[in-house]
Design a protein around this ligand. Structure first.
Ligand SMILES: *Cc1c(COP(=O)(O)O)cnc(C)c1O
Length: 394
């Protein structure tokens, strides 16, 4: 192995010891060498396991995929370079021109964009419908409908999809039910147990959890679908880098604890906000005043997750004062970070909508979404209460 003359260029292998590392090693190698052409035959023909080229697969991706597979209760899921990579693998890897797909009407912004712009450009027809309204979904079905894509809890209005009703409808019509489980996570909801055919995640958010990893995951119950997703992801270059997978694995080790803690604080924050002057309404799935309270209980039990939305009186001026006074909380368009983040849909995620379109969703200039993090509960409630008070003085 060692080339003392220095004429060959090859790094030194790691020294082997009698002990083993307790942390998964990072394997950034793009390519994997084989002993002989025969050995490569064995590998390609499935008699032995091995890697060849990291776009096709690598150990760190397999480690993360196996963990996420277990969390969602499926085998053969794949890790993608982002949550949108997972959405793309499903929509472009499984549909063909002439097919029709229905999306939830409040999907993540880029998923909506793909439904509205990119799929039609490729000859795939799309419709949007309210995933909490089975009659509306049924009315949107066509003979060519192949797939329904929904999120369990919508962003940022936290409306709840009728997953049981959708699963029954999809089964009746032979349509694939695809669930984006990013907001709910397998800790609160396991879509395969409720009839989903395909589940996907932005691992970037709660699962990796530290805002330092861009990653997605998608898995199907059916083996052939998983194979199709994998082949398309590899061909389209949607697969993930070893470093992101390595960091994501570390994040996943503490996911359950982080989720439980953030959720507990979110419930407390929702109840606290509801009692503050200047707060017009609070949205949290476990509150009795949530519009989908019964559906939320039936799907999530008592798990309301970590997102809380609310509306301040006083419009944009109050919103500016609120973010200015919310000392130590990032006003940043993400969710699921260890730190609490604030999102203002009217100026960020939903700015492309007209005022009327936003009004139809209930998104006024005073509307905020809070992704609750791991701060001390009392400290967080105090900062937000003080920022709400400051917002009402302008
Ligand atoms: C963020 C997000 C995505 C996209 O994930 P990226 O990792 O940012 O590509 C998809 N769906 C939902 C619900 C999200 O919140």
């Amino acid at each position: 192995m060692r080339n003392s003359k220095g004429s060959l260029i090859r790094p030194m292998p790691l020294p082997q010891g009698a002990s083993t590392p307790v942390v998964t090693p990072l394997s950034p190698s793009v390519v994997y060498a084989s002993e002989t052409p025969d050995a490569l035959d064995d590998q390609y023909e499935g008699r032995v396991h091995g890697y060849t080229y990291s776009r096709e697969g690598h150990p760190n991706a397999d480690v993360v995929a196996a963990r996420l597979d277990a969390m969602e209760g499926v085998t053969g899921g794949i890790v993608t370079g982002s949550g949108m990579g997972a959405v793309t693998a499903v929509l472009l890897g499984l549909l063909r021109a002439g097919d029709h797909v229905i999306g939830g009407n409040q999907l993540y912004g880029r998923s909506l964009r793909m439904m509205k712009e990119d799929l039609p450009r490729l000859g795939i027809e799309t419709s949007l419908a309210d995933p909490g309204d089975i009659d509306a979904m049924r009315a949107a079905l066509r003979p060519e409908t192949r797939m329904i894509l929904v999120e369990v809890v919508s962003n940022p209005t936290l409306r709840v999809a009728d997953i049981a009703g959708l699963a029954a409808l999809c089964q009746e019509k032979g349509v694939l039910l695809v669930v984006d489980n990013t907001f709910t996570t397998p800790r609160a909801f396991r879509p395969f147990d409720h009839g989903a055919d395909i589940v996907l995640h932005s691992v970037t958010k709660l699962l990796a959890g530290h805002s330092d990893v861009m990653l997605g995951w998608v898995g199907a119950r059916d083996r052939d679908l998983n194979d199709k997703l994998r082949v398309f992801a590899v061909t389209a270059g949607l697969t993930a880098s070893p470093f992101d997978c390595w960091l994501a694995e570390r994040g996943l080790l503490s996911f359950d604890l982080r989720f439980d803690r953030a959720q507990q604080t979110a419930q407390a924050l929702a109840d606290h906000l509801a009692g503050l002057t200047g707060v017009l309404r609070v949205l949290y799935p476990m509150r009795d005043d949530h519009p989908d309270q019964t559906l939320a209980r039936s799907l999530l039990g008592d798990q309301g997750c970590n997102m809380v939305s609310f509306e301040l009186a006083g419009g944009r001026a109050a919103a500016n004062a609120f973010t200015r006074a919310a000392d130590g909380l990032s006003f940043a368009p993400t969710l699921g970070d260890v730190g609490t983040t604030l999102s203002h849909p009217a100026s960020s995620s939903h700015r492309a909508l007209s005022v009327d379109e936003r009004a139809a969703l209930g998104l006024s200039e005073g509307f905020f979404r809070v992704s609750v993090g791991l701060e001390d509960q009392g400290a967080l409630l105090d900062v937000i209460a003080q920022a709400v008070a400051a917002s009402q003085q302008v």
